[in-house]
Ligand binder design. Structure first.
Ligand SMILES: [Mg+2]
Length: 238
């Protein structure tokens, strides 16, 4: 039987009723949150700095969050704009803003994600937020985003684990985080990720759990997700 969002909630209830802590691990970017509005905001602000670029000025007002995926230039190239000098400036502008407290506030919750995380918590689950956002540049914005959108927080049985250094490789950092997840001595009932490589790692680490991959976006050159990993578009229970 393959796992579903509902079967995870049932497993959380069952595990808690047995006196064991059910742990559910959630990634943030492109998992609980959509980063597309963040990319749109950055591109809009960048466009305002180059008013003389008429093609960009024509395209940007037509864009909506779902035009974006991994690379902020995608909606531009899809509309026929290929300007290497402009893209170099955009990349620098983007890099200075994307990984900051202020700009993460533009993100919106993935459909159903707030209610789902709350349901996990309500049933006795430990909500473990594990994100590659770095603690120095993004901690305050991340707490504000979680609480503004009413994800479980400040209410016990939650943890927010951020990357200690911006330069650490995300998967390496998440591999090291496995020890912290295990230190709670519960059962990892489920994990949610948008990066196939991380989902595969969680599956190998917690073979008794259910492992989900969000069909949002992921970094280039992805691993093939293991056949056991369940792919979902969002967190709606259906
Ligand atoms: Mg992610």
């Amino acid at each position: 039987m393959s796992h579903t969002l509902q079967s995870v909630l049932d497993a959380v209830s069952h595990t808690a009723s047995q006196g064991t802590l059910p742990v559910v691990v959630f990634d943030l970017d492109s998992t609980l949150f959509s980063t597309r509005p963040r990319n749109l905001r950055i591109l809009r602000e960048f466009a305002a700095t180059v008013p003389e670029h008429k093609v960009l000025q024509t395209i940007v007002p037509t864009l909506v969050p779902d035009d974006f995926a991994w690379d902020v230039t995608l909606p531009l190239t899809q509309r026929g704009l290929n300007d290497a000098a402009l893209f170099k400036d955009l990349a620098a502008y983007w890099f200075e803003r994307f990984f900051t407290d202020e700009y993460v506030l533009a993100d919106t919750p993935t459909l159903g994600s707030v209610a789902y995380a709350q349901a996990v918590h309500d049933r006795g689950g430990f909500v473990y937020y594990l994100t590659g956002r770095d603690v120095h540049g993004m901690a305050q914005g991340t707490v504000a985003a979680l609480t503004n959108h009413r994800f479980p927080f400040w209410c016990g049985r939650t943890s927010l684990h951020l990357k200690p250094s911006f330069d650490t490789d995300d998967t390496e950092y998440k591999r090291e985080a496995l020890a912290d997840i295990r230190s709670h001595r519960g059962n990892v009932v489920a994990t949610f990720e948008n990066e196939p490589k991380n989902a595969n790692m969680f599956r190998a680490a917690f073979p008794q759990g259910a492992h989900f991959l969000l069909q949002t976006e992921h970094s280039p050159d992805p691993e093939t997700p293991h056949a056991d990993i369940v792919e979902i578009p969002d967190f709606r229970l259906g």
